[in-house]
Design a protein around this ligand. Sequence first.
Ligand code: 5AD
Ligand code: SF4
Length: 470
Amino acid sequence: MHLPNLEEAKDRTSKENKYINLDENYKKVFQGKKYFLRTYGCQMNVHDSEALRAYLETLGFTSTEKIEYANVVVLNTCAIRENARDKVIGFLGKCKYLKKNRDNFKIVLAGCMSEQPDVIEDIRKNHKYIDIIIGTHNLPDLPKLLLESFNKQVIEVYSNSDEVIEGFNYERDSKYTAWVNIMYGCDKFCTYCIVPYTRGRERSRRLESIIKEVEDLKNKGYKEVTLLGQNVNAYGRDINETFSHLLECVAKTGIERIRFVTSHPWNFTDEMIKVIAKYKNIMPYIHLPIQSGSNEILKKMNRRYTREEYLDLFHKMKEKIPGVSITTDIIVGFPGETRKDFEDTLDIVKTCEYDGAYTFIFSPREGTPAAKMKDDTPISEKETRLQELNELVNYYSNKSNQKLLNKTVEVLILGDSEKDPNKVYGYTDTMKLVNVNGPKDIIGKIVNVKITETKSFSLDGDYIDEKIVA
Ligand code: 5AD
Ligand code: SF4
């Protein structure tokens, strides 16, 4: 069978909706073929995978959970810490083995690892069985690369285009809650972080285009959108817009729940706080990474705020946004972190009593400034600090969950509970996970739930009734 080559594939795509409207002939080529997609890392990757799925399914592929049945394996990778990378390398070993025994078994490496020069070099030398490497900027190129790869072995590397992609046709994982990407990249250059190198400069999507996407989702019955950006509240700086204005416009669409991640304290304005407090459909939940409680370390991290400035912002949020829940990210063992610096971090956790925190041991990323900084704290000491921090963090998340015991809260029910097949699960407005004793037909609805038990990372509750929409 003749497979169209790269040039033919390009010709057949329309400019506006680049690679989505592929000719029906391509579908015939891939009809009956299966893909296996695995996603590593952050929400941005989870959402990118929804685009990858859409491309694959438009080409005629169907999804399989069993890699043994797949014709194409796509790994959407993460580079933020070394262990994320190790997981991918481990899984590639399995793919290599499967490829030995199968014809036309294609392996695609996508995501942040594909944007790291040292990874590309390693793959060229040691992982020649990988067919396609596709960067985070070039997801729309997947169909044409796949078409080409079924003709011959190709390795293509794509990087650093400054494109802003509008109008993706996502194959969304949920029918009730949707990610909406509002900007790409990050300009902050925190000294430990690889993201500005793998995702490029900050580029904002057009406001009208975002609003249209939210309105379409609402009309399709979606109850919740989460606005996504590596640095979500820096939205608009490149196009003379502001995040607070966007947030207000999204609130006015009337969609029932609006969330946004991840906010940088440096870009959080009073106007944003005002808008969040004003609109009931903007959820009282803010993820506000602090990274460290020590001014010395914050400076070395290039975080652009002091602990005092962070605390001012934190207290302002607590005061102005009723019932707000705030979570954070913390890195321990940054180069040069002393016991005293670490105690400053513990102190911030005690002051803020976070609803939750993601905690990490510093992982040097090649090409970032922090990877070259002198680091003489032994790993065993870093592990001890992490454990001590986690105990404190868990104490406070438990404490905040306990406040909900016997209270009635609104929960958007998203599906069957993983813990117990007889239950369903969902999230409170403050982003707490609840396993709910209730009928299956409440999936997709916002309902009142009475909390009957609290744990560190989740709550249990009984369904009462549906939320009355005013
Ligand atoms: N080492 C450890 N943690 C990191 N993070 C980002 N880069 C690194 C690194 N090199 C953490 C930060 C960030 C979260 C997404 O991952 O806390 O907020
Ligand atoms: Fe990385 Fe800092 Fe940008 Fe967050 S703000 S993505 S930690 S560089």
